[in-house]
Write a protein that binds this ligand. Structure first.
Ligand code: IPM
Ligand code: MG
Length: 370
């Protein structure tokens, strides 16, 4: 169906394509029954692109991403490409997309579906009802800082270097996203760094406080060291509403938060750029889980994180909140009905394949729309 909304789909490697095919069926459903359609282009990324083109992301695909209204991403990486030199690895494709699209704000919700509260490794009472949002700075910090590299010293030993670096504008813009979002939630932001040992953290804390005092005085702001935050996340996760932090701490803390929910296979994410003045903002949506080579090709992967990434896209890029709600309700109902993929399997529930999970979501969408 013709549409002026351009969507680039990059299924990638491992379980990425399996999960993405379920989402494409859901996209068809929305085109047919809700008149929500996209002009969809599918391309290769990661290992798949290395095999076909010798690079994890071609310049053509990069340009397509820049010209799209949104990018839907699966996963990249796998044992086949692990021996490659760092700059040629599948992950570089994703990092290039983030950097060149300038997707500085990475939203990683950790939401516990009631039906899955027992799937967490933490006791139910600590996680039931959990709904926290980690906002990870995504285009700066140690991931991209210079100098970087491995050098051989005159005595023959080697030295590996990475640089943690943040400028005030980089800190300001991600903090603004956090305060903004908190205003639509419980109104609390916890800003996380290591101001006790890192100058970049000291600056981060100062700027966070400044932006708060000047622009968002009605939002509650607290500061926390990253190590303490890791501990608090497993001790009392419900104390948090929005956590905002740098690229590396955000990478680590969001995996930790994800596990609180019982399954990485459930969690979507959004990576957003700045508004461009026409109301448009670059965006990429991806599940938090990786390519899961151990279960690839067996049809058992949990497609729900990719499904929920699609729903985040409807909400954040296209302002289709009602349609996003519909997907989220369908997911809740299917889980409530007892269907589980292997990663979230519990005693007494029905273990189903990727495809059957996709079927169940479609059936539920039909029921909800009837
Ligand atoms: C993530 C992943 C990536 C990262 C890898 C695949 C480069 O762990 O999205 O959290 O470290 O940012
Ligand atoms: Mg990670």
């Amino acid at each position: 169906m013709a549409s002026n909304r351009k969507l680039l789909v990059l299924p990638g490697d491992g379980i990425g394509p399996e999960c993405m095919s379920e989402v494409m069926r859901i996209a068809d459903w929305f085109a047919n029954y809700r008149a929500v359609s996209f002009d969809i282009t599918e391309e290769l990324v990661g290992g798949a692109a290395i095999d076909a083109h010798g690079t994890p992301l071609t310049d053509e695909t990069m340009q397509l991403a820049l010209d799209s209204d949104a990018v839907l991403f699966g996963a990249v990486g796998g044992p086949k490409w692990e021996g490659l030199e760092f700059a040629a690895r599948p992950e570089r494709g994703l990092l290039r997309l983030r950097k060149e699209m300038d997707l500085f704000a990475n939203l990683r919700p950790a939401l516990v579906f009631d039906a899955l509260a027992d799937a967490s490794t933490l006791k139910r009472e600590f996680v039931a009802g959990l709904d926290l949002m980690i906002i990870r700075e995504l285009t700066g910090g140690i991931y991209f800082g210079e100098p970087r590299g491995i050098e051989t010293l005159p005595d023959g030993t080697r030295r590996g270097v990475n640089t943690q670096v943040y400028t005030t504008p980089e800190i300001e813009r991600v903090l603004r996203v956090a305060f903004d979002l908190a205003g639509k939630r419980q109104g609390r932001v916890c800003s996380v760094e290591k101001a006790n040992v890192m100058e970049s953290g000291e600056l981060w804390r100062e700027i966070a406080q400044e932006i708060h005092d000047k622009e968002f005085p009605n939002i509650e702001l607290t500061h926390m060291y990253a190590d303490n935050c890791a501990m608090q996340l497993v001790r009392q996760p419900k104390q948090f509403d929005v956590i905002v932090t740098d690229n590396l701490f955000g990478d680590i803390l969001s995996d930790c938060a994800a596990m609180l929910t019982g399954s990485l296979g459930m969690l979507p994410s959004a990576s957003l750029g700045a508004h461009d003045g026409t109301g448009r903002r670059r965006a990429l949506y991806e599940p938090v889980h990786g390519s899961a080579p151990d279960i690839t090709g067996r049809g058992v992967a949990n497609p729900l994180a990719t499904v929920l990434s699609y729903s985040m896209m409807l909400r954040y890029s296209f302002d289709l909140g009602e349609d996003a709600d519909l997907i989220e309700q369908a997911v809740k109902n299917v889980l409530g009905g007892g269907l589980r993929t292997g990663d979230i399997m519990q005693p007494g529930k029905a273990k189903v394949s990727t495809r059957v999970m996709g079927d169940a979501i479609l059936q539920e969408l039909n029921a909800l729309a009837a």
